[in-house]
Design a protein around this ligand. Structure first.
Ligand SMILES: [Zn+2]
Ligand SMILES: [Zn+2]
Length: 429
């Protein structure tokens, strides 16, 4: 093989695409019911958009972005995360219609590009289901975002999904916490990893969710943000918890959920699935009340989530929920002889025109080979036509599951195949 896909990328084959289509249909339907409108943004943006929103001190900006210069000398970056482009589009297209209090609910299905170490369920190009609700600081909106994700995981059939919840405060109370964290860590820097020593200066909050085992031991003793929230943040967090309980959504409080990005305020959450081991996160998000202003809009509260589709599919597979066998569907038109071949082409065309999945064997192999093909391609029926069937105006219909075969007259065939009465006026000739 001369060419292979780049490391950390993935092909979705037609068989795997069935799982993707199921998930995408479930997600689109949930978004419709929750009144989120679909947003599609370019696959690349101004590099500066990501730097301004995600922040200098983050791993994303410092080492994970796919950045390139175009022929016009602009610095562009492949979509490194979903929220900043959504907010950019929200502002550029005036989705708030001059009313910053107007709640704009957006969803997207988008590839995200990060130069990360490839591992199971973690790709350099992965797909994200994203939700963003821009324009409201109501804690019930935080909860609707969480609820939509919960419903998605349920519809996907996932078991043992845990919601981890935290509040990371606001510009009034977070700096006090960062100071408390610095004070606590000051004499422990010899006990943490190199990354954390760098984070101590650049972005101390990121020390909290370091995955290094030694760092975690140190961090367990550190002060917790939820103990240092200002009154407004305390009230907001209390209402989020109240509404979650009201709607029957269980959660664990987790002080280590700080999210990777600088713009998060107040509610921060993550969903983890039990069976997937170290790569346990299947979605996460939170409130980002500072971001809209940060990238040039008026101060506007907002909250969102990103769900990693590959991760969800991996957990489905590990939990044995994924449907591995494609259900039987449609008809293979099996023909023997030249006259039957031409009748078969017309029959397949007629069936497709009526919404039936239908195909012919272009290699025109033996009947046995064609029936094997019908089985392998998961057709529900084989419609067999030879000279004798043509002469009698019938088709031999073979049920591929049971192997039972019966003769059906051509004028009844469509009704027989679709189970819809009254559609038999279009005959095969
Ligand atoms: Zn606060
Ligand atoms: Zn560390």
């Amino acid at each position: 093989m001369k060419y292979r896909r780049p490391p950390g990328t993935n092909d979705v084959t037609p068989q795997q695409a069935i799982q993707w289509q199921q998930m995408e249909a479930v997600f689109a339907d949930l978004c419709r019911r929750h009144c989120f409108g679909e947003l599609r943004t370019p696959i690349f943006e101004d590099t500066d958009l990501f730097i301004r929103s995600v922040g200098h001190g983050t791993d994303i900006v410092s080492k994970e972005m796919y950045t390139f210069e175009d022929r016009g000398g602009r610095s562009l970056t492949l979509r490194a995360e979903g929220t900043a482009p959504a907010v950019r589009a929200y502002l550029e297209n005036h989705l708030a219609q001059q009313d910053p209090q107007r709640l704009v609910k957006l969803y997207y299905v988008a590839p995200i590009f990060r130069y990360d170490r490839p591992q199971a369920g973690r790709y350099r190009q992965h797909t994200q289901f994203g939700l963003e609700a821009i324009g409201s600081d109501c804690p019930a909106v935080d909860v609707e975002i969480i609820q939509t994700a919960v419903e998605l995981y349920q519809a996907a059939g996932l078991r043992d999904v845990v919601l981890k919840l935290n509040s990371v405060g606001c510009p009034q109370c977070a700096p006090g916490y960062v100071q408390a964290l610095r004070d606590f860590m000051a004499d422990k820097l010899d006990q943490v990893c190199d990354d954390c020593r760098r984070r101590y200066d650049e972005n101390p909050l990121r020390m909290i969710d370091c995955k290094n085992a030694q760092c975690r031991i140190v961090v367990e003793q550190a002060p917790k943000m939820t103990d240092l929230l200002c009154e407004e943040c305390e009230d907001h967090f209390g209402h989020v918890r109240r509404y979650l309980e009201l709607l029957g959504i269980s959660y664990d409080l987790d002080p280590y959920i700080v999210r990777g990005l600088d713009y998060y305020t107040r509610t921060a959450f993550e969903f983890v699935a039990a069976s997937i081991g170290a790569q346990s996160s299947i979605g996460g998000g939170g409130r980002y009340d500072g971001l809209v202003k940060q990238i040039g809009g008026r101060s506007t509260p907002a909250v969102g989530i990103g769900i990693g589709v590959e991760r969800v599919l991996l957990v489905r597979e590990q939990q044995g929920v994924a449907q591995t066998e494609q259900p039987r569907d449609g008809c293979l038109v099996v023909t023997l002889g030249d006259a039957a071949w031409e009748a078969g082409l017309k029959l397949a065309t007629m069936l497709r025109g009526h919404g039936v999945r239908a195909d012919v064997d272009y290699r025109r192999r033996s009947m046995r080979a064609q029936l094997r093909h019908a089985d392998g391609e998961r057709f529900a029926r084989a419609l067999i036509i030879g000279d004798q069937e043509l002469e009698q105006g019938i088709v031999a219909v073979r049920d591929m599951e049971t192997g039972e075969q019966q003769e059906v007259t051509q004028d009844r065939l469509l009704q027989f195949v679709t189970g819809v009465p009254g559609q038999c006026e279009k005959q095969v000739d």
